[in-house]
Design a protein around this ligand. Structure first.
Ligand SMILES: Cc1cc2nc3c(=O)[nH]c(=O)nc-3n(C[C@H](O)[C@H](O)[C@H](O)COP(=O)(O)O)c2cc1C
Length: 356
């Protein structure tokens, strides 16, 4: 079987399960994905939300929970695949959470929702794969230039996330429907930029493509155009191993095309989500003032924010259909049944092998 090398580790299949916060991809999902020889990603966003002291001692709870979830993923994975953590640049606890992930000995750290300029400096001295999430060639060039110039560090891999993804999107609202933003086109842009860094590095920098990549056939389609593999998010919400509530998985299995909307998030980016009660209420009332604030986001001002996104995502993870914000990818209408992670990945592998 072919092995897919990432830094000094290997994957059996070039698939990353996208980090999904709050509480959607934790140790259970990431561990089961890693066990299949792929990269399982734990989302670090407000990861301590189930801890008793969460609102009183937020940072400590998040740091403790991160370490616990990494340990859990490791023990489930049987030391196969890779266990990674996703940390959002826009979070106020970015540096502390990154350090916790490093101390917990993860194989890789992936950062998006902003450009992760400081990542290699914080990770100095750790043998860990580092990857930025980018939305096109320009962002890839800015990040990789900065890493090389300031820290003499190359990206170990790159995730290109297109406009069809779930959660926050690295595009302006009007770009989301523009033909210029087609995934194939963005992939070529990113590959051109990456090639210049590969020449300097003297080895490959794998590019994983994300955002509405649905099956092994589509993974192979992009692989034929130069992608190393894919990062898939939403499909893993419809698995029995997903760390969010059953209600979240059910909503994903039942959703139709018309249930999906683009909403402006307090993070300062557009986000794709299911049109549920919370978003209808926001549309009607204009604002749902936060009841409390854990000062989680750099760009958020609680006195004017339309709503508290952390609280809404926590409610979604807990299965609160009325008050939750349920992020989703564009292709959710194609998902209509639950899988075990093992069966989903086997299906993706078979489709990939039929095509490649
Ligand atoms: C519920 C949900 C939560 C997400 N949370 C994060 C996150 O915390 N950080 C991040 O970088 N990406 C996040 N994403 C994006 C995914 O990691 C992934 O890249 C994306 O969903 C891929 O598109 P797909 O869902 O169409 O496969 C989230 C996506 C979803 C659906």
């Amino acid at each position: 079987m072919k092995a897919y090398r990432i830094r000094n580790k290997t994957l059996d299949f070039p698939l990353i399960q996208g980090g999904m916060g709050v509480g959607v991809s934790l140790g259970n999902l990431a561990g089961h994905v890693a066990k299949e020889g792929c990269m399982g990603v734990i989302s670090g966003v407000q990861i301590g939300y189930r801890k008793e002291d969460f609102y009183r001692d937020n940072l400590r709870c998040n740091k403790e929970a991160l370490k616990e979830e990494v340990q859990k993923a490791r023990s489930i994975s049987d030391n196969r695949g890779m266990v990674a953590v996703n940390i959002m640049v826009a979070g106020n606890q970015y540096e502390e959470m990154l350090k916790s992930a490093l101390e917990s000995g993860v194989d890789a750290i992936i950062s998006g929702a902003g450009l992760p300029m400081a990542m290699p400096k914080i990770a100095q001295g750790y043998d860990v794969a580092l990857a930025p999430i980018v939305s096109g060639g320009k962002a890839a060039k800015v990040v990789m230039n900065s890493w090389l110039r300031k820290e003499n560090r190359f990206a170990d891999f790159v995730v290109l996330e297109g406009r069809g993804a779930g959660g926050h999107l690295g595009f302006h609202r009007q770009e989301i429907d523009s033909p210029d933003m087609k995934l194939e086109k963005l992939l070529q842009e990113v590959l051109e930029v990456v090639k210049t860094f590969e020449d300097k590095k003297g080895s490959a920098i794998p590019v994983f493509i994300a955002g509405s990549v649905f099956d092994g056939y589509e993974m192979a389609y992009y692989a034929k155009r130069g992608a190393f593999g894919a990062q898939i998010g939403t499909r893993f919400i419809a698995t029995y191993e997903c760390d969010a509530s059953e209600e979240f998985s059910k909503l994903i299995c039942q959703a139709k095309k018309e249930d999906v909307i683009i909403t402006q998030s307090p993070v300062g980016l557009p986000g794709r989500a299911l049109k549920t009660k919370l978003l209808e209420q926001l549309e009607h009332d204009g604002r749902i003032p936060p009841k409390r604030c854990i000062d989680c986001l750099k760009p958020c001002n609680p006195t004017v924010t339309p709503y508290c996104i952390s609280e809404a995502l926590i409610q979604a993870a807990k299965g609160n259909i009325e008050q939750g914000l349920f992020f989703t990818g564009e292709n959710v209408d194609r998902i209509n049944k639950m899988y075990h992670v093992h069966d989903l990945i086997e299906e993706l592998k078979t489709q990939w092998e039929e095509t490649i």
